[in-house]
Design a protein around this ligand. Structure first.
Ligand SMILES: Cc1ncc(COP(=O)(O)O)c(C=O)c1O
Length: 387
């Protein structure tokens, strides 16, 4: 019997090694890994550049308190702000801490400008923002909140795409609207660019901040952020998962305006932004910023999308829809997604489910077309089996 608290429905497989797109089980079986720690090992397993960065840093300095200047942190923050909408970055260790920090930043902004009554956040039904109490009640999914009351107040929810309800929900107490640019756990539902533009306009008209949760989608869609093609500038963007390439790292990116209330002592974290984490974060960025890297991700994403759509057309009774952007894909199944995932495991391919009967596919950004073809063959084999 395991001594680990049983909060996960674990599959009876464990792995001894990972290399790029593949995982190797204890029994020697080789798996095509399109889970990648749920969109986290963005450069695949044990990427050489990351291994080297961690090796070098681990011999120099692991951790110092944020009471001191941390040059690696300054460097990563500079690189993130120079290339994005953001003026400032605050480092965390996970996605939920990054979304939680975003909520705090939004509330503190209005406190600072003399409007403390503006402290409620509007969120979207079916979202996921993490497992801290505030993040749980922000998403308000009864599956996750049951038994964890009293409810954390301060959140108002509207349905995905319901513009009328959203307009109605905004009132004098609204501080921010928080939306995942692509609802990940919710089923890889992409918020269309025109809708993001509408959100920005609505926020501006009502003196409300816009938080775009890119914890799952940052770096993954062929651009730095999934919202970029919409041309809008958000106020606050929590990111995590891929930015550490598998090392626990979260961050909150924000504009100068949104930072107004965040003075000395207003937020902190023991581990957030320590030298070891920063070395990995910088190493991930070296690759992300390398010439044509994100363009290639977009190309690979388009290729994968086309091939998945061919399977969908061939098996219309198995697959309803192909969703997603870049290398963040979802297959909305007609057949049961759990069964489909089990059969893919028999084909030695790993995927992960989401709401709305979706199977999520998170190949590493380093995947090549041969590996994408391998995935397509395995997915088609299971479609044939289940049709
Ligand atoms: C959009 C989004 N926000 C927040 C989180 C929470 O991240 P973490 O599990 O690192 O706390 C997740 C995790 O899946 C997520 O997908």
């Amino acid at each position: 019997m395991s001594s680990v608290l049983g909060t996960y429905a674990r599959k009876p497989i464990s792995f001894k090694e990972g290399k790029g797109t593949y995982l190797f089980a204890e029994n020697g079986d080789k798996y095509l890994d399109f889970v990648q720690g749920i969109a986290t090992n963005i450069l695949g397993h044990c990427h050489e550049h990351l291994v080297r960065a961690i090796e070098i840093q681990s011999k120099k300095l692991w951790h110092v308190s944020n009471a001191f200047i941390i040059p690696e942190q300054e460097r990563l923050a500079k690189r993130l702000t120079e290339n994005t909408f953001a003026d400032f970055v605050c480092f965390q260790n996970s996605g939920t801490e990054a979304t939680e920090a975003s909520i705090k930043i939004a509330r503190k902004y209005f406190h600072k400008i003399g409007k403390p009554e503006k402290n409620r956040i509007i969120t979207i039904k079916g979202s996921f923002h993490g497992r801290t109490l505030a993040a749980l009640f922000a998403a308000n999914n009864p599956k996750h909140t049951e038994g964890f009351g009293p409810k954390v107040d301060g959140f108002d929810q509207v349905s995905f795409g319901d513009e009328k309800a959203l307009k109605k929900a905004i009132n004098k107490n609204t501080a921010a609207i928080m939306v995942e640019t692509i609802l990940g756990e919710g089923g890889i539902k992409v918020v269309p660019d025109f809708y993001l533009k509408g959100l920005r306009k609505l926020c501006d008209e009502n003196n409300v901040l816009l938080i775009l949760d890119e914890v799952q989608s940052a770096y993954r869609t062929g651009s730095f952020f999934a919202f970029e093609k919409s041309g809008i500038i958000p106020d606050i963007v929590p990111i995590a998962k891929g930015i550490g390439g598998g090392f626990p790292l979260g961050a909150c990116l924000l504009t100068k305006k949104a930072s107004a209330g965040m003075t000395v002592g207003s937020h902190g974290s023991t581990f957030g932004g320590n030298p070891l984490a920063m070395a990995v974060g910088n190493a991930v960025l070296d690759i992300i910023y390398s010439k044509n890297f994100l363009k290639d991700v977009e190309k690979k994403g388009t290729y994968f999308d086309q091939e998945l759509k061919k399977i969908k057309d061939k098996y219309p009774k198995v697959i309803e829809e192909i969703r997603g952007r870049g290398l963040m894909k979802g297959i909305k199944m007609i057949v049961d997604n759990t069964e489909f995932i089990k059969k893919l495991i028999n084909q030695k391919m790993l995927t992960v489910k989401a709401e709305e009967n979706v199977v999520r596919l998170f190949p590493p950004l380093t995947v090549d077309n041969k590996e994408l073809d391998e995935a397509i063959i395995k997915i088609e084999t299971v479609c044939k089996e289940m049709s």
